[in-house]
Design a protein around this ligand. Structure first.
Ligand code: BLA
Length: 511
């Protein structure tokens, strides 16, 4: 329909998902104040706790449970004061009547939030935590991101029994790709597919950077309001850290369109940044109980640590390469007097570390180019543009003409560039160029239409079809890898030294 084109997917970012004020059916939620008087409660407490309460709001918790329970819960909250995100009790007999519950507590503003789930009879009392160690050991043996993520997907599938486990990695533009997958044979593969940024909007990514686990145990399940909706000051309860939090309806619709019955995701965080998600699907509704979720949380924490290790090792290796290139450059360039022969040495020494089709050195307005590059005239104009876009010492783009339409003039030679600003005044550059690489990206559904508005409603709906959609990407080079960018950041410092010398010598020669 006509309207389907007018949706701005950034509208999804405005949905305050942490204030939904509802919980899913697998647990109930009670928030108590400093005096352990109940201030909020979800309407499914009777159902979960197996008791009838006239009105929980305003009731001291000890009247709803036993004095012993409240004592035990309170002493557990020491963990929160010590800085833990959550404090947990598993299989706890809240009413001293033999019925067992898993309880998780966390702070939200001035309140302590209790989330309570009825304990399902666990077959043979499996010790979930003990399963984590051998699985993470297998991840640890992998020294590459590919190996570690692949092993993690397999491990998590074994740990949970879910139909599909994926490792989803965010790209620089917040779109993402499935980079590892373990799945039941009947499930269609998603490995390699790309998804637009609006599938996981910004407020959700921000929230997931702070909370490690989410479970949607039944995409068609009932949800229950948390009452009262607002406290005496008119503020709603912040459910950011609540695992029972009901999720945004637009996302439930998304999952139904994907024919998913239950979804779970764990946050992959490296150095405080949300790197990706371990995203899991099940065809039917599926509950992962609190004890197992804790094991998974531990698993992903250990995984995050391993991932950060691998990334640190990669950085150290890149720094080593940069250091030896630096030494050779200094040694070989030291007695070169002119830019052109310095450029020859530079392109020889760097060709193994950075993939490029051409390189330009531009010092004091003097141009020297090798390989497939813009002409001197073209480069002079480009240099003015570089002065504007360089925010850091290194600027990389796989699509010059997106920001700089004149770049189309030299698209036959160069589509992407990695530019190093090699003087403080932002006038001197070493720029590596790459030729156009026409390639195709497989998206899960058409990425330019991630959502639509249904006829006659104002509601945004996610796309219905996730069928692979091939985008032919033009006027771009292949992407610059993180490794190449990191390496150039280090090399830039060496080049600044060299360029300073070359500039001096060029001046002396002129005198
Ligand atoms: C949340 N979107 C999510 C989540 C995932 C995805 C994993 C986290 C919740 C969960 O664990 O299920 C997306 N799931 C994916 C992707 C894959 C997958 C990419 O399995 C790939 C295989 N979503 C839309 C549009 C909007 C939207 C158009 O497609 C907004 C209009 C919103 N997605 C949306 C919102 C959330 C979300 C609001 C947060 C849900 C919540 O935590 O309440």
């Amino acid at each position: 329909d006509e309207l389907s084109d007018v949706v701005d997917p950034s509208d999804c970012e405005k949905d305050p998902i942490h204030l939904v004020g509802r919980v899913q059916s697998f647990g109930c939620l009670i928030a108590v104040d400093r005096n352990w008087v109940i201030r909020h409660a979800s309407t499914n407490c009777d159902q979960i706790l197996g008791k009838e309460f006239a009105n929980l709001i305003g009731m001291p918790l000890r009247e709803a449970m036993t004095a012993q329970s409240v004592h035990d819960l309170r002493s557990k909250t020491q963990l929160l004061i010590q800085g833990n995100r959550a404090a947990r009790l598993f299989g706890y007999d809240l009413f001293e009547n033999g019925r067992r519950f898993d309880i998780s507590m966390h702070h939200s503003g001035d309140l302590t939030v209790l989330e309570i789930e009825a304990k399902q009879a666990s077959p043979g009392g499996r010790d979930e935590l003990s399963l984590v160690q051998p699985l993470i050991e297998r991840v640890r043996r992998k020294k590459t991101i590919e190996g570690a993520t692949h092993e993690a997907a397999r491990a998590l599938k074994a740990l949970t029994g879910l139909d599909r486990v994926m490792v989803y990695r965010f790209e620089a533009d917040d779109s993402g790709a499935v980079i590892a997958e373990a799945r039941e044979a009947e499930m269609p593969p998603y490995l390699g597919l790309r998804y637009p940024a609006s599938d996981i909007p910004k407020q959700a990514r921000d929230l997931y950077a702070r909370s490690p686990v989410r479970l949607i145990s039944d995409v068609n399940g009932a949800t229950y309001p948390v009452e009262p909706q607002f406290d005496a000051k008119g503020a709603p309860l912040d459910l950011s850290q609540a695992v029972t939090r009901a999720v945004a309806p637009v996302h439930l619709e998304y999952l139904r369109n994907m024919e998913v019955g239950a979804s779970m995701s764990l946050s992959i965080v490296s150095r405080g940044v949300l790197w990706g998600l371990m995203a899991c699907h099940h065809r039917e509704a599926f509950h992962v109980d609190a004890e197992k979720r804790s094991a998974m949380e531990l698993f992903v924490q250990l995984f995050n640590y391993e991932l950060t290790q691998i990334e640190t090792d990669l950085e150290l290796a890149a720094a080593d390469v940069a250091a030896s290139i630096h030494d050779r450059l200094i040694e070989r360039i030291v007695d070169r007097k002119d830019l052109a022969s310095a450029l020859d040495i530079l392109s020889e020494e760097l060709s193994d570390a950075v993939g490029f089709d051409g390189v330009v050195i531009y010092v004091n307005g003097t141009y020297a180019g090798r390989g497939e590059v813009p002409t001197e005239e073209e480069f002079r104009r480009l240099a003015a543009h570089l002065g504007e876009v360089h925010r850091n010492g290194v600027y990389a783009t796989e699509n010059i003409s997106a920001q700089y339409p004149e770049g189309l003039d030299f698209l036959d030679r160069a589509a992407g560039m990695l530019s190093l600003s090699v003087s403080r005044t932002k006038r001197d550059y070493v720029v590596f160029f790459r030729k156009e690489l026409v390639r195709s990206v497989l998206w899960a559904g058409n990425p330019s239409k991630p959502a639509s508005i249904e006829n006659g409603t104002k509601r945004i709906s996610p796309r219905k079809s996730f069928a692979a959609w091939q985008e032919v990407v033009k006027s771009r080079s292949g992407p610059w890898s993180r490794r190449e960018i990191r390496l150039s950041e280090t090399l830039r410092v060496s080049l600044m030294e060299i360029v300073l010398k070359l500039a001096d010598e060029a001046r002396d020669a002129r005198q």
